[in-house]
Design a protein around this ligand. Structure first.
Ligand code: PLP
Length: 287
C-alpha cells in the first residue's frame, strides 16, 4: 500500500517526502511535535493534544501554522490517505527554513509542517500488553523544559536504545534524588505497596501526558486511590504493579524494572483493568 505524507501544504508519496536542509528542525531541533492515537480512523484525546500543541508552540514563540479546524481536516486526510483504521498520526512543526543562525530568523519565516500516519496492529499490541514488558532506569540528563514537546529527543533516543539493548520496551529517567521522572516516550506509574496509584506530579520536569490526564479521569471515575506524587526506583521495584502511559503505549503493564520482578512478575489486575477502561474511553471520545 502507498503511504503519503503531508509536507508544507501538500500530500506527497512518503518515499519522496523531503524538507529543506536548512529547516531549523533538522539543524537545531527548533520545533515541536504531537502524536495522536487513532481508533477506528478517528483521533483519540484530540482536544488534549491540540491544547498541548498550541502551548508548546507558544512557549517557543513559533507561529501556529493553521487553525485547529484546518489542522483537524489535514490530520483526518492523512489518516484517510494512509488507510489507517487503528494507528498513530504524527505532526511536526518547526520554526521554518532560514540561513543557519542560532537566533530566530528576522523577519520570521513560515513554520514548516510535516504529518505522517501509520497503522498499528492492535491485536499484537493486546497480546504484548497481556504478557507485560520491562523497563530499565537511566540517569535524568534532559533539559529543564520537558513540559514542551520538542523534537530535541537525543537523550530520549539514547535512553530508548539502552532499553532495547536490555530487552526492555522503555527507559525510566531517574533524577538526582533517585525519583523517577518519566519514560523516554511515556509517563511512569506504579500501584504502590499500599495499593495506591502513583504518578509524578506535573510541577516536576516532565511532559504533561495527555493519556496520563485522561487516565486520571478514568481512575477518579472508578473511585481508585491515586496520588500525583514522586516515587523512587526502590519503591517501584517493591510496588504491586507498574505501567506506562502514552499515545503509543496507551496503558502498558510493566513487569520488570532493571530485571527485577514487579510483584510476582506478571501483569496485575489494576494495570490490565485501566488499559481496557482507557481504550474504551479513548474510543468513545475520538473525533
Ligand atoms: N513523556 C514523554 C517524554 C513523551 O515523549 C510522551 C509521549 O510521546 C509521554 C510522556 C506521553 O504523552 P502522551 O500521553 O501525551 O502521548
Amino acid at each position: 500500500m502507498s503511504r503519503f505524507a503531508y509536507v508544507n501544504g501538500r500530500f506527497v508519496r512518503h518515499g519522496q517526502a523531503a524538507v529543506h536542509i536548512e529547516d531549523r528542525g533538522y539543524q537545531l531541533a527548533d520545533g515541536v511535535y504531537e502524536v495522536w492515537a487513532v481508533f477506528d480512523g478517528k483521533l483519540a484525546d484530540a482536544a488534549g493534544h491540540f491544547a498541548r500543541l498550541w502551548r508548546s508552540l507558544d512557549e517557543l514563540r513559533i507561529a501556529h501554522p493553521m487553525s485547529e479546524a484546518s489542522l483537524t481536516i489535514v490530520l483526518r486526510e492523512a489518516i484517510r490517505r494512509n488507510q489507517v483504521r487503528e494507528g498513530l498520526v504524527y505532526l511536526q512543526v518547526t520554526r521554518g527554513v532560514a540561513r543557519r543562525d542560532h537566533a530566530f530568523p528576522n523577519p520570521a519565516v513560515p513554520p514548516a509542517v510535516v504529518i505522517t500516519a501509520r497503522s498499528v496492529d492492535r491485536v499484537a499490541a493486546e497480546a504484548k500488553a497481556a504478557k507485560g514488558s520491562g523497563v530499565v532506569t537511566v540517569p535524568e540528563n534532559r533539559w529543564g523544559r520537558c513540559d514542551i514537546k520538542t523534537i530535541g529527543l537525543l537523550p530520549n533516543a539514547l535512553a530508548k536504545q539502552a532499553a532495547r539493548e536490555h530487552g526492555a520496551i522503555e527507559a525510566w529517567f531517574v533524577d538526582e534524588l533517585g525519583l523517577v521522572t518519566e519514560g523516554a516516550s511515556s509517563n511512569a506509574w506504579i500501584v504502590d505497596a499500599e495499593g495506591r496509584l502513583r504518578t509524578r506530579d506535573t510541577q516536576a520536569n516532565i511532559l504533561r501526558g495527555v493519556t496520563r490526564l485522561t487516565l486520571l479521569d478514568v481512575i477518579a471515575e472508578a473511585g481508585l486511590p491515586v496520588e500525583e506524587r514522586p516515587f523512587t526506583v526502590e519503591e517501584a521495584k517493591a510496588a504491586k504493579e507498574a505501567f506506562i502511559t502514552g499515545a503509543g503505549s496507551l496503558v502498558t503493564p510493566i513487569v520488570t524494572i532493571d530485571g527485577v520482578k514487579v510483584g510476582d512478575g506478571t501483569v496485575g489486575p489494576v494495570a490490565s483493568r485501566l488499559r481496557g477502561a482507557y481504550i474504551e474511553r479513548a474510543k468513545a471520545g475520538a473525533i
